[in-house]
Design a protein around this ligand. Structure first.
Ligand SMILES: *[C@@H]1O[C@H](CO)[C@@H](O)[C@H](O)[C@H]1NC(C)=O
Ligand SMILES: *[C@@H]1O[C@H](CO)[C@@H](O)[C@H](O)[C@H]1NC(C)=O
Ligand SMILES: *[C@@H]1O[C@H](CO)[C@@H](O)[C@H](O)[C@H]1NC(C)=O
Ligand SMILES: *[C@@H]1O[C@H](CO)[C@@H](O)[C@H](O)[C@H]1NC(C)=O
Ligand SMILES: *[C@@H]1O[C@H](CO)[C@@H](O)[C@H](O)[C@H]1NC(C)=O
Length: 527
């Protein structure tokens, strides 16, 4: 016992030291914890995200879904081009929406999401805002600090013309009508409806598409230049500071339009031709590739570049000639996605960046999962897109090609069968000889004018940077709005237009939108 006595103080010091260290940890933990709590509070308090400047937003469309398979009842989805430098982190921002029906109104906050990465250079982004409002909604308003603006709503398409819909990127200064004929006849053969966005197009080409629209094979939607008609101060020009005229917004608009009715939606460019492999239709191929797997978000097809020919004369159009004279280039382009629209609320031009990040807590049978899962893209290994990268004018007599190119994913099978080629050619011949279509033969452009100008401008703006692997999305906003497009009297163009409206000045965002869109002959071939 005596021996123990002198030791006591030493224990005492040790205990003190331990207590000191523990209290330090506790203090640290508390301060960290309260700091995190504070962070969380500023984030979740409604409307209290600090804004640091006035900005402007263009609303491309505002959909109201009385019922939806994936968005819940009375869902509202807005597709916008918004300046991200409005608040510190734009995805923390909330928009107050007021929905009214005959008897009542509700105010809810809409959360915002984007398909762009926030570190990217472009100041304007595709921003989607979503919420659920009320039955039989007749009026939608956005509110901020007591100021409101009414936004026109539209309903999605509840009966799709076909179970597969291809959403085609906005066309501008478009003149190569041969590409359209390939796309529309291949899509028709394999069961897809084309939904086309048009900014500007040579008039005779546009009239040709109009005839296909009357036959129910395509839908045409004017894609509008973003305009802020009334502002009370300077603002950053949106069209020059957004990725490629915000074509992702057009793709998202199309996805939302067909969300309830199409089984599959494809996101592609006019010159991206998809030919099913080992299937008679797109539907069959997509069903086979999804194989009932509820965790596949989208099917992703690589895009193989080809150079081929085109003929100037409407009556000599032939898919066989285009396919059999196609040569594979040794380049590939970024692939494209085909998706089940209920698994996405928005999309970027090549794939959706949001679907893969969205955790899923409930399995396909509605059972709660122990651990959340993420959806994945499935890259197709047996098929690729036939990308008509270059088409050079030739006369039919000069053509020598006789072989159908090999499927680039196996180098053994062919990209299309002789019988399908013959079927498509026969149908194309029949349709091009219809009087309402053959009458365009003398008007359609016989030579290239805008194509090389646009190619050179794109090359200067970003193609050569991309091809040298120097593309830095944090430094370069991919945009070619400054391309100078000369106009020609003898080549009239139609251009999208609408009645543009500006809401009242609001803090921090003033909203702008358009109604009654149409095609005008008075603007010309501009982006
Ligand atoms: C913020 O709050 C949410 C929900 O209240 C919680 O799940 C999350 O962990 C919190 N975040 C932090 C960093 O504490
Ligand atoms: C789409 O929106 C609905 C309704 O808000 C949500 O439940 C779902 O998770 C969203 N899907 C994706 C892929 O973000
Ligand atoms: C308005 O919405 C409320 C809430 O959804 C609903 O109960 C009511 O029946 C609706 N009124 C009309 C006239 O549809
Ligand atoms: C097909 O051939 C090309 C060119 O010879 C080659 O680059 C590619 O790797 C081959 N692909 C396959 C799947 O064998
Ligand atoms: C694209 O631009 C680069 C750089 O200006 C140039 O070297 C290259 O030749 C151009 N490519 C084509 C196909 O015009």
């Amino acid at each position: 016992m005596d021996n123990m006595m002198p030791r006591l103080p030493r224990y005492y010091y040790k205990i003190l030291a331990v207590l000191f260290v523990v209290s330090l940890f506790v203090f640290k933990f508390y301060s960290l914890h309260s700091h995190i709590n504070k962070l969380n509070k500023t984030k979740t308090l409604p409307g209290k995200v600090d804004a640091y400047q006035f900005t402007h937003t263009f609303i491309h469309s505002a959909y109201y879904y009385p019922s939806s398979k994936s968005l819940g009842d009375n869902a509202v989805a807005l597709v916008t081009t918004m300046n991200k430098r409005t608040v510190w982190k734009i995805t923390d921002y909330k928009i107050n929406l007021i929905g009214a029906n005959q008897s009542t109104s509700v105010t809810r906050q809409a959360s915002v999401t984007t398909e762009h990465r926030l570190f990217e250079r472009c100041d304007y982004l595709l921003i989607m805002a979503q919420s659920n409002l009320l039955d039989n909604m007749e009026k939608l308003e956005i509110e901020a600090e007591g100021v409101v603006v009414e936004v026109p709503i539209k309903k999605p398409i509840y009966i799709a013309p076909k179970p597969v819909v291809f959403c085609v990127s906005p066309q501008f200064a478009a003149e190569q009508w041969q590409t359209f004929l390939v796309q529309v006849h291949v899509s028709k053969k394999y069961g897809a409806h084309l939904h086309l966005y048009i900014v500007s197009m040579v008039e005779s080409y546009f009239n040709l598409i109009r005839e296909y629209e009357k036959l129910g094979l395509v839908s045409i939607e004017p894609w509008l230049t973003i305009k802020f008609p009334v502002t009370d101060g300077p603002y950053l020009e949106p069209n020059r500071n957004v990725e490629l005229r915000n074509q992702a917004a057009a793709h998202t608009d199309c996805l939302l339009m067909y969300k309830e009715s199409a089984s599959f939606v494809g996101i592609l460019d006019m010159d991206d031709i998809l030919i099913p492999y080992n299937a008679n239709s797109y539907y069959e191929e997509f069903e086979r590739e999804y194989a009932g797997d509820w965790l596949i978000s989208a099917l992703h097809y690589d895009k193989y570049d080809y150079k081929t020919i085109k003929m100037a004369d409407l009556s000599s159009q032939s898919l066989s000639a285009i396919v059999k004279n196609a040569e594979r280039l040794n380049t590939k382009d970024t692939g494209k996605s085909f998706l089940r629209p209920e698994r996405f609320n928005s999309t970027w031009s090549h794939w959706s960046r949001s679907a893969e990040k969205q955790p899923i807590y409930i399995d396909e049978h509605g059972q709660k999962l122990e651990k959340s899962l993420f959806r994945k893209l499935k890259t197709i290994g047996t098929n690729g897109m036939f990308h008509l990268k270059n088409m050079n004018l030739r006369s039919l007599e000069d053509l020598k090609g006789s072989k159908i190119p090999l499927n680039p994913t196996d180098n053994a099978t062919r990209i299309i069968s002789e019988t399908d080629l013959a079927d498509i050619d026969e149908d194309m011949k029949r349709m091009l000889s219809l009087p309402q279509i053959s009458r365009f033969a003398t008007y359609l452009p016989r030579e290239e004018f805008y194509m090389p100008i646009i190619f050179n401008c794109y090359n200067q703006s970003f193609y050569h940077i991309r091809d040298m692997n120097q593309m830095r999305p944090d430094i370069l906003c991919v945009n070619a709005y400054s391309c100078d497009l000369p106009q020609r009297e003898d080549m009239p163009c139609v251009h999208s237009d609408a009645n543009y409206h500006s809401g009242p000045a609001m803090w921090p965002i003033t909203y702008h939108f358009a109604t009654e869109s149409y095609f005008s002959r008075d603007i010309g071939c501009y982006q």
